[in-house]
Design a protein around this ligand. Structure first.
Ligand code: MG
Length: 452
């Protein structure tokens, strides 16, 4: 992976090896100009390098006349909600999401609190490339206002949702292990659990950005949290990524459920209470669409990427949706992946059913997913390879929303080009791991043969 990636969705880079104050400030000037010098909300995910990136970005915004509403350390969903509520020109989150500690980056939000789409991001890039910045004289520079109530407001809005009953959750006095990976979750998750009367055991709860483990909340990175559940006899564990848009769950048995089940379990509670349209991306498990069907709800499918999911949710007035990697979206609250609402929905589900988390999982449809990567040569053409695969499998049911997906009975396998690396990603899902593995291997072998 290159050390600095500048794209329509923002910047991501390694600090000291590409991600420098010059690059950051220039990007901030472009973003502030794109926002027509209106106020901008900013928050960061507690990364060690966040202070440097934050100051450089703020300087750029002030120089083009944007007032800055500074939330300090805040979760991505908190910044999204605040941007919309305060009717700002846009919002910025300083984060490299689940990337390791040496990385940092910028996520950009439009005035509606949604991520910039490709067209909007293109406009920011154009301003940056042409250097058409709206610099202001000394008496028209922006000013910084600190706002330290955004996380509390986020919690308050969740607890006020009609299908969240804080009294009922409090009565259960859940014992919850929470791993906040020393990221933005530290400023909101413990407070939410306290409000919900939980006896919490917080791991990695200091917002100092020193990630004690690989930050992506995949099962293989969660051994310590699983052990803590068993040790304390907890009801469950919740794990977030550094900017708290993704949520993973661990059962009372100390078993990671896999991020796909976050959407299934929260959706199972949500759709039982409120029916309507559901949206997921094309790489998400069949789990939520299956559950939605049980409740008489239709599911629509989009390309991968939060903005593709949220824009479509708005278009069709969906009530629930998300991305399989633990990204729960509840439009009643806001149109963005939100681990905090995810936690509230899980606790609500447990308290309404009197089931354990592993019992809830056991009665949902059972799926296993296998993910593989195929390394490409620098000069190989992913599009041409996909066209050959399409020809080879032309007699099967094929979906071309994003890459190529073969849909078989109760299972599917997909191959798509990575946006950031010279690789093809292969994902397969089936009722058993063996079936998923066999399908992933089959498509990998076919792809490798056709790529030669
Ligand atoms: Mg994230």
């Amino acid at each position: 992976m290159s050390r600095l990636m500048i794209s329509v969705s923002g910047i991501r880079g390694i600090v000291g090896e590409g991600l420098t104050p010059e690059i950051i400030t220039q990007f901030a000037q472009a973003f502030g100009t794109y926002c027509e010098s209106k106020p901008v909300v900013i928050g960061w995910d507690a990364r060690v390098s966040g202070d440097m990136v934050h100051r450089a970005f703020v300087a750029g915004l002030l120089s083009v006349g944007c007032d800055v509403i500074d939330l300090g350390i805040a979760a991505t969903p908190t910044v999204q909600m605040t941007t919309k509520e305060l009717e700002c020109g846009g919002g910025i989150i300083i984060t490299a999401s689940h990337n390791p500690i040496m990385w940092n980056g910028i996520k950009m939000l439009a005035s509606d609190g949604l991520f910039l789409d490709a067209e909007q991001g293109e406009k920011v890039l154009e301003i940056r490339n042409k250097k058409t910045f709206a610099f202001k004289p000394w008496d028209q520079l922006g000013t910084v206002k600190k706002l330290n109530t955004a996380s509390a407001a986020h919690i308050e809005k969740i607890l006020a949702l009609p299908y969240i009953n804080p009294m009922q959750i409090r009565a259960r006095k859940f014992k919850v292990v929470a791993d906040c990976i020393n990221g933005a979750g530290c400023v909101i998750i413990p407070k939410l659990l306290e409000e919900l009367g939980c006896d919490s055991i917080i791991l990695n709860g200091e917002a100092n950005g020193l990630f004690a483990r690989t930050p992506e909340p995949l099962p293989e990175n969660l051994t310590a949290v699983c052990q803590t559940v068993k040790q304390h006899g907890a009801d469950l564990a919740i794990v977030v990524d550094p900017d708290s848009d993704r949520l993973a769950l661990v059962s009372e048995k100390g078993e990671p459920l896999g991020e796909e089940y976050t959407l299934g379990i929260t959706g199972d509670y949500f759709l039982k209470n409120q029916q309507g349209k559901v949206v997921v991306n094309v790489s998400t498990s069949q789990l939520l669409p299956d559950i939605a069907r049980e409740y008489g709800c239709e599911t629509e499918i989009t390309k991968v990427g939060e903005i593709n999911v949220t824009k479509h949710m708005r278009e069709i007035d969906a009530v629930f949706g998300g991305e399989g990697n633990g990204g729960v979206i509840v439009p009643d609250l806001h149109l963005g992946r939100d681990a905090i609402i995810g936690v509230a929905l899980v606790l609500q589900h447990l308290s309404s059913t009197n089931e354990t988390l592993s019992e809830i999982k056991a009665r949902l449809p059972q799926y296993e997913m296998v993910k593989l990567k195929i390394q490409l040569d620098e000069n190989s053409n992913a599009k041409a390879i996909l066209a050959k695969i399409q020809e080879k499998y032309k007699n099967e049911q094929i979906d071309l929303i994003d890459g190529l997906k073969l849909i078989r009975d109760k299972s599917w396998v997909q191959v798509r080009a990575s946006n950031t690396e010279p690789i093809l990603r292969v994902m397969a899902e089936a009722p058993t791991r063996a079936e998923a593995q066999a399908m992933a291997d089959e498509l990998r072998e076919a792809t490798e043969a056709l790529a030669r």
